[in-house]
Design a protein around this ligand. Structure first.
Ligand SMILES: Nc1ncnc2c1ncn2[C@@H]1O[C@H](COP(=O)(O)OP(=O)(O)OP(=O)(O)O)[C@@H](O)[C@H]1O
Ligand SMILES: [Mg+2]
Length: 439
């Protein structure tokens, strides 16, 4: 500890030094015999404690105190004012200016040593407090850093789970695209043949017109030419071709539109969710889009029965809600497909509705249901009853995070073993509520 004694009396300085030394405290003692010296020393050195006489030959001790408090705060340097003045006003003024304590002159050794001990104890606590505060600050910044990393990892996990779901669906989606593409290609081949025939007939007509325009042409040969073109029309079944072309074109257009729809959905599904944006969306639209992506996984084993409510709009992240719907649909389909002795198709009932606060979606299946002991665990990360390599157990925990943490809603499951499962989620319609819960 570094102590500065400010007093004009060498005798008092000696006395204080003596008392401090007798306490066997580890400290360096400095002295200033007037106010000016004291100010100079305080501005150039670090002290833990200043024992300050109020009555000094040059500057008043209170002025010195004022200076000390301008450069060092209350907790940093302890100031004990020493006064033989009986006036309480001086004492009050000292405390107003930032004195920590006072001692009356003549100084009694026991009084000074007890105050010094108290200060040492306080300084020690202060030191410990400062250390733990710094430690806490350091830990806090580590925590902030870790939270940011965790958030990053979580976002990455959500994205990679989505990509893995898309990966699982890829073969099915390819099949879904292949079907319309197949008939589009066939239609174009047929249209090409029709076109060749029509070109052939048009060419014959052109020749016919040239011949007609030729003055040397004899009237008797015109009849033959007409018959020739008519025969060609019959041979090519031109009536049928003309009727068939609009139909073929319509089918082709629809097929291409379907392909484009699937590709668009897939693109939107894969991309959205990355940007943390919420837009006003129709929940029914999101479900339809997801069904399009999952169609191939469902169509052979499952019949989907839909009952869409009206005005099921809310501010949502479209990709994220699509991901939740896809997770639940895939789970239901997988549960149904896993029933070995099932003979008929399974059913998935999708229902949406709303009230004044929430939009709701229920996806119910008539698969094997969920065992009671598992029901409370299915939303835990990595909880899966599927074989190794078949499920990561992340689908529902990510869905929970999306609905509860990112949209301020709720998600829950109702199930009885042997009687299928029902997954229900609700999302607040109110924009502000959704935004508020976003963090
Ligand atoms: N419709 C359902 N019917 C029966 N069990 C279900 C149903 N949905 C979920 N489960 C149970 O909940 C568990 C956890 O589901 P979750 O989607 O989180 O993971 P997963 O499907 O096993 O793996 P992942 O989705 O990561 O591929 C499943 O393993 C299954 O036991
Ligand atoms: Mg799953």
């Amino acid at each position: 500890m570094r102590i500065l004694i400010v007093d004009d009396s060498p005798f008092i300085i000696k006395q204080i030094e003596g008392i401090i030394k007798s306490m066997e405290m580890k400290c360096d003692i400095f002295a200033a015999e007037n106010g000016e010296k004291a100010i100079e020393m305080v501005s150039q050195n670090e002290f833990d404690l200043v024992l300050l006489d109020i009555v000094l030959p040059d500057i008043n001790g209170l002025e010195v105190l004022k200076f000390i408090r301008r450069v060092k705060d209350y907790g940093e340097v302890f100031v004990i004012v020493m006064t033989s003045l009986e006036s309480d006003e001086v004492l009050e003024e000292s405390f107003n200016r930032g004195a920590n304590d006072f001692i009356r002159k003549p100084i009694k050794p026991i009084e000074l040593s007890s105050r010094l001990r108290a200060i040492v104890r306080m300084k020690n606590y202060q030191y410990l407090y400062k250390m733990s505060l710094e430690d806490l600050k350091e830990k806090n910044s580590q925590l902030i850093e870790l939270t940011a990393k965790l958030k990053q990892t979580q976002d990455f996990l959500v994205q990679s789970e989505k990509m893995s779901a898309i990966g699982q669906l890829a073969a099915g989606v390819a099949h879904e695209i292949n079907n319309p593409l197949g008939f589009v290609i066939t239609n174009i081949e047929v249209l090409q043949k029709y076109f060749d025939k029509i070109v052939d007939i048009v060419n014959r007509y052109n020749e016919f017109i040239q011949i007609l325009n030729d003055p040397k042409t004899q009237v008797s040969s015109i009849g033959n030419l007409i018959n020739e073109v008519e025969d060609l029309k019959k041979k090519y079944r031109i009536e049928f071709i003309l009727e068939d072309i609009p139909q073929l074109l319509k089918e082709t257009q629809e097929g291409l539109q379907r392909v484009s729809q699937i590709v668009q959905s897939l693109k939107r599904f894969a991309r959205s969710g990355l940007e943390n944006k919420k837009t006003f969306e129709d929940l029914n639209d999101i479900i339809e889009e997801t069904l399009l992506i999952a169609r191939n996984e469902l169509k052979y084993d499952v019949e989907v029965i839909k009952e869409y409510g009206e005005n099921c709009h809310a501010y949502v992240n479209r990709g994220e809600i699509g991901q939740v719907v896809l997770n639940i649909l895939m789970n239901a389909a997988q549960a149904i497909k896993g029933q070995q002795n099932r003979t008929e198709k399974g059913h998935i009932y999708i229902k949406t509705w709303r009230d004044s606060e929430y939009v709701y979606c229920s996806i119910k299946d008539d698969g094997p249901g969920i065992k009671r002991i598992y029901l409370s665990r299915i939303f835990e990360p990595f909880f899966t009853t599927k074989d190794v390599g078949q499920g990561t157990g992340l689908g529902l925990s990510i869905s929970y995070d999306i609905i509860v943490n990112k949209h301020g809603g709720s998600i829950w499951a109702e199930s009885e073993e042997g009687k299928g499962a029902n997954f229900i989620f609700k999302i607040p319609v109110n924009v502000r509520m959704a935004e508020k819960n976003e963090d």
